[in-house]
Design a protein around this ligand. Structure first.
Ligand SMILES: [Zn+2]
Length: 682
């Protein structure tokens, strides 16, 4: 699994996945943030609930759309980006292009996805050959061949097999195995017995039953098979690591060759598996969760053929349901959209097809997106901002009173070595070997999954290509990669409310500046700090400095654990620690960069009635303005390493004296934290 630290979002366990200007598209860049009564809530005092004060009006004027479980200013920008991508794709679809060209592939992929008449006529036929193969399995002898074949199509039934940089030799790519096999998004859903988990288990069993019924099984069989799958997956869940356990880079680093795998998990025919996925000699494989692999091997031996058939069929069905006919799509939505996230209706079809087009042909679409919508001036401005943030971070390191000189030297080295990627990759991915036709949506999706899997597998045992991106330019997000020691800012995030090409420094440092600082701080959060300047897992800290770092971060854990997110449910301060360190670090570093930028001009003039310092904090808060459904709150609290919008604002700010000063907040306010209890890390 690719290790990357996103600015937002739940990290999905997936393997892969020149510019011009015109007046219309630049309008977006010229928008300035407004801090007026309309978007704020001036009835609330800043020190009581800063999030509400800064964003109350925005939240009122931007209610949750029925097809969203969360809608924030961040998501608003993502929606804008989708519209731009749509215009590119629709143009490609409407143009007669040479077969094999990028434009033909994008256009046909999208058109086939939008052709609901053909898709509905086909029903479950596109997956019937896969289901038949499973049904026709006559003995367990050939079970591994089926598992391998499913892996080639990235319908990974049991675990993910992927290529990534070796954590202790980050210039080289090695293979990895990561726990998988669950249809619900976290092990806890299977193992917890509280009301919401119980309801979800029922909904998931119903979903599986429905999928079997839709693919032709009679009701009794469908229900029996669903029960079998549920029992099987519960065993996988029991053997799975928790999300917290998976945050430990050391215990998830276990390199084994085939003999090693065979000795810890002897019942599984590893060599046959590797032959089947066409990686006959994978070399050393990083097994992230050895106990999970042992359980897989045990189940491989003891479970009967009918259980394996039910399970493998369920994997094919649930991983393809959203590309099949309307009845499958509705079943998929009823569980993943409604039961899990509380959405009222499914997103418009074009948005769903756009998403899968982006997954399949991300850099091809990205290339067109950048040419159309990314002004060179934005990249230049970003280059400058990033370097200013790096300087400010260096100053902060020098000022730290808790870190020894020795560790500071290493911290400076790591900071200086951070590689920066802005906008889009230097070289684009080649899609020549991916054939896309206008005939079948599902076939296109699977063709692209096979293409991606082969592409990833070809990297194993080779040097890491440092120019590669792990996010598309049209994606509104950013990431830090600890093994690459790099920060990456795709073109699509370089717009309001993050980046105002024409905005004043206070708002740009408060928004995109903090985003840059956030990503840089990931190199120094509780996980990132365990990697050295070259991206290798290595300790560059003195023991005392490590201890002082830990005790400072424990203050943040405690603060976030105290946030009640929904009646009786509290935030998980340990799971979200890395992100909360990055938010606080990003704020402190960007604030310093902002002060540097105004060069001793202590009081720049007010805009909209707010001082520059106030605008810095307001711009930061606006990024996280959002409305969210209760189910989504519960889901994210379990799965997402990022805190909720309200806590990304009200959490870190009260740790900064500059925040109290800017809004004249005193000890009588709800948000006030006494100086000795404030977390001060970077
Ligand atoms: Zn982050």
């Amino acid at each position: 699994m690719l290790q990357k630290h996103l600015l937002v979002g739940i990290i999905a366990i997936v393997l892969v996945f020149g510019a011009c200007q015109n007046s219309e598209k630049d309008k977006q860049q010229l928008i300035k943030p407004t801090f007026t009564e309309k978007d704020m809530d001036l009835t609330v005092k800043p020190g009581e609930n800063f999030y509400q004060y800064a964003n109350g009006g925005w939240m009122k004027h931007n209610p949750l759309p029925d097809d969203k479980s969360r809608y924030g200013s961040f998501d608003q920008l993502a929606e804008e980006s989708k519209k731009k991508v749509k215009s590119i794709i629709v143009k490609a679809a409407a143009t007669k292009s040479e077969v094999g060209s990028i434009s033909q592939k994008i256009g046909d992929f999208y058109s086939a996805g939008m052709d609901t008449i053909a898709i509905n006529i086909a029903g479950h036929q596109p997956i019937q050959p896969y289901l038949d193969k499973i049904e026709n399995l006559s003995s367990k002898e050939n079970l591994v061949d089926l598992i391998s074949e499913m892996q080639l199509n990235q319908l990974a039934p049991l675990f993910y097999f992927y290529a990534s940089a070796d954590k202790k030799n980050s210039n080289m790519t090695i293979a990895g195995i990561y726990q998988g096999g669950l249809g619900m998004p976290d092990r806890d859903y299977y193992l917890e017995t509280n009301e919401s988990s119980t309801k979800l288990k029922q909904a998931y069993t119903l979903y599986l039953t429905k999928l079997f019924a839709l693919s032709g099984y009679d009701e009794d069989d469908a229900s029996d098979m669903a029960e079998k799958v549920m029992t099987f997956e519960t065993q996988l869940a029991t053997a799975s690591n928790t999300r917290l356990e998976n945050r430990d880079p050391h215990t998830t680093y276990n390199k084994l060759n085939i003999q090693g795998l065979q000795s810890i998990a002897p019942q599984f025919p590893w060599q046959n598996y590797f032959d089947g996925i066409k990686v006959a000699q994978p070399g050393e494989v990083n097994v992230n969760q050895p106990k999970f692999i042992k359980e897989i091997a045990r189940l491989y031996e003891i479970e009967d053929l009918s259980t394996w058939k039910a399970f493998l069929s369920s994997v094919v069905l649930r991983q393809t349901a959203s590309y099949l006919s309307d009845d499958f799509v509705a079943a998929h939505f009823a569980f993943y959209g409604e039961a899990l996230s509380g959405k009222m209706v499914n997103e418009a079809r074009w948005k769903r097809v756009l998403k899968s087009t982006n997954s399949a042909l991300g850099e091809a679409v990205g290339q067109l997106f950048v040419a159309e919508y990314f002004p060179p001036a934005a990249k230049e401005r970003m280059d400058t901002l990033v370097e200013n943030l790096r300087i400010a971070f260096g100053q902060r390191i020098d000022q730290l009173d808790w870190m020894s000189e020795q560790t500071k030297v290493a911290a400076h080295e790591k900071l200086a070595a951070i590689r920066v990627k802005i906008g889009y990759p230097n070289k684009w991915r080649d899609y020549s070997d991916l054939a896309i036709t206008g005939d079948s949506y599902l076939n296109n999706v699977l063709a692209s999954k096979r293409f991606d899997f082969a592409y990833e597998m070809a990297k194993i045992g080779k040097p890491v290509d440092k120019d590669q991106w792990h996010m598309n330019p049209q994606t509104v997000n950013a990431y830090y990669s600890p093994v690459g020691n790099e920060v990456v800012f795709p073109a699509a995030i370089l717009q309001a409310p993050f980046f105002y090409l024409d905005g004043d420094d206070a708002v740009n440092y408060g928004a995109i500046g903090v985003v840059i600082g956030h990503e840089m701080t990931h190199g120094f959060d509780d996980q990132g700090r365990q990697y050295g300047k070259n991206g290798n897992l290595q300790d560059w800290w003195t023991k005392d400095d490590s201890e002082r770092f830990d005790s400072r971060t424990q203050l943040l854990v405690k603060q976030f654990n105290a946030f009640e997110v929904l009646n009786g449910t509290y935030a998980n301060g340990e799971l979200s620690l890395g992100e909360n360190i990055a938010d606080l670090g990003g704020l402190c570093i960007s604030y310093q960069a902002f002060r540097n930028s105004i060069k001793g001009n202590v009081t720049p003039e007010k805009i909209d009635g707010f001082t520059a310092d106030q605008r810095f904090f307001l711009a930061y808060s606006r990024v996280w303005a959002q409305n969210i459904r209760d189910k989504e709150i519960l889901k994210r609290t379990k799965e997402d390493v990022h805190s909720l919008g309200i806590n990304r604002v009200n959490g870190p700010l009260p740790n900064m004296q500059e925040f109290y000063d800017a809004f004249e907040i005193d000890a009588s306010s709800s948000l006030y934290i006494a100086p000795e209890n404030r977390a001060s890390i970077w």
